[in-house]
Ligand binder design. Structure first.
Ligand code: FEO
Length: 393
């Protein structure tokens, strides 16, 4: 099945309704691997799909045009969710040349035997005329991999943006104005928080590169196409690239016998002042995906763990490892927790927070076994101080 997005540009990718895990990203709304076919005097396919869905992609292409008439297969990104089907696709499109940059060519050669493939190696500024339409190529390194690039069609003011501006969101509709905008933005934020956050600086450089382009439509490799709310998603990205903080405090914790939980609740109570949105998150009852999404625009995140076997509670270890990899910037916080005979868990929380690059507001708050009233008072004061700092008081 295909959908004609605008005259002679077709959506021919695959909607993966049932996928729920994308290397630990919890895809509660499924995912799509978008591929686009541009039919002109010459015909180009923009990106492919995950390997298991090559047959679906080829059927979709065949419903538009004789596969022998496809001249180019543009690979904007070598990651297997977009390039996994390349070998099967190039075999089925006998006259198509692969179009990619040199880094992409080198990366693809680590996944496939590319020696028999016809190739056109392009770099930023190169273009290919299809007839009425032109493909222009813009390198966007580390958005998401080193070889990533955008393809721009000036005649339609259309940007094929690969992972950028994407969402893991399976729908039968193809455009932003056909679905709930709130859902599309939420999924775009979730995608940014969990996939793109470590590359904020690279995204900023990319935004600088493309700000001179007249962009009316953004067609990413995941999720819906932005045609009505295009400026809105560009504006949101300019906030997300710097993890621009809302006046929001998160209290993340895991607890064995309720002591760390009591401390978390008391910190939350202290931070719950007018103007602050405070959230309490038990990390064993939330997914990594949800937590990273909440963290993206939080100003302050405090993390607490009971000490288990001289170290962290496992779920807190997982959260902190994930956040340390994502490195969301411009955050403040501190560590807290309870212990029996070793303070290892709380010390590890603080070490992680420092390694993630966050400003530590003060020394860890800790208690042996159950928190006494003076410890709870310290928790409440710390929460209040955190909120005041967030509000700039
Ligand atoms: Fe959707 Fe970086 O792959």
């Amino acid at each position: 099945m295909h959908v004609e997005l605008i005259k002679n540009i077709f959506s021919v990718g695959y909607v993966d309704w049932n996928v729920r895990d994308f290397h630990s990203y919890e895809t509660t709304r499924g995912a799509t691997y978008n591929a686009y076919l541009i039919k002109d005097q010459k015909t180009a396919l923009i990106d492919t799909v995950k390997a298991p869905f090559a047959k679906d992609l080829l059927e979709n292409i065949g419903s538009v045009i004789d596969p022998a008439k496809v001249d180019y297969v543009v690979c904007n990104h070598a990651e297997p969710d977009h390039a996994g089907a390349l070998a099967q696709v190039l075999k089925a499109l006998p006259n198509a040349a692969l179009v990619c940059n040199a880094k992409c060519d080198a990366t693809l050669s680590r996944f496939f035997d590319t020696s028999g493939w016809k190739k056109e190696i392009v770099e930023t500024g190169d273009q290919i005329s299809l007839g009425k339409r032109t493909l222009q190529f813009i390198g966007t390194p580390m958005v998401h991999w080193p070889e990533s690039m955008f393809t721009y069609v000036p005649e339609d003011k259309l940007l094929f943006s690969m992972d950028a501006f994407g969402q893991h969101y399976s729908t039968s509709q193809k455009f932003d104005d056909e679905v709930s905008l709130e859902t599309a933005v939420f999924e775009a934020k979730t995608y940014y928080a969990n996939i793109i956050t470590p590359y904020g600086r690279n995204v900023s450089l990319t935004m600088e590169k493309v700000k001179y382009l007249d962009i009316k439509i953004i067609a990413p490799s995941h999720g819906i196409v932005w045609r009505t709310h295009t400026q809105k998603i560009i504006d949101l990205y300019s906030n997300w690239v710097v993890c621009r903080a809302q006046p929001k405090v998160l209290v993340l914790y895991d607890s064995m016998w309720g002591s760390t939980e009591k401390m978390a609740q008391t910190i939350l109570e202290g931070a719950s002042v007018p103007g602050i949105e405070a959230h309490l998150i038990h990390v064993r009852r939330s997914s990594l995906t949800q937590i990273a999404t909440e963290v993206l625009d939080a100003a302050a995140i405090v993390c607490g763990s009971s000490t288990l076997n001289r170290g962290l509670m496992p779920a807190m270890g997982s959260v902190l490892t994930y956040l340390r990899g994502l490195r969301p910037m411009n955050k403040i916080g501190f560590a807290f927790g309870s212990y029996g005979w070793s303070k290892g868990g709380i010390e590890e929380v603080e070490r992680y927070l420092k390694e993630t690059g966050w400003d530590i507001l003060h020394e860890p708050i800790m208690t042996q076994y159950s928190p006494a009233p003076d410890v709870l008072e310290e928790c409440k004061e710390a929460g209040k101080k955190l909120a005041e700092r967030v509000l700039g008081a």
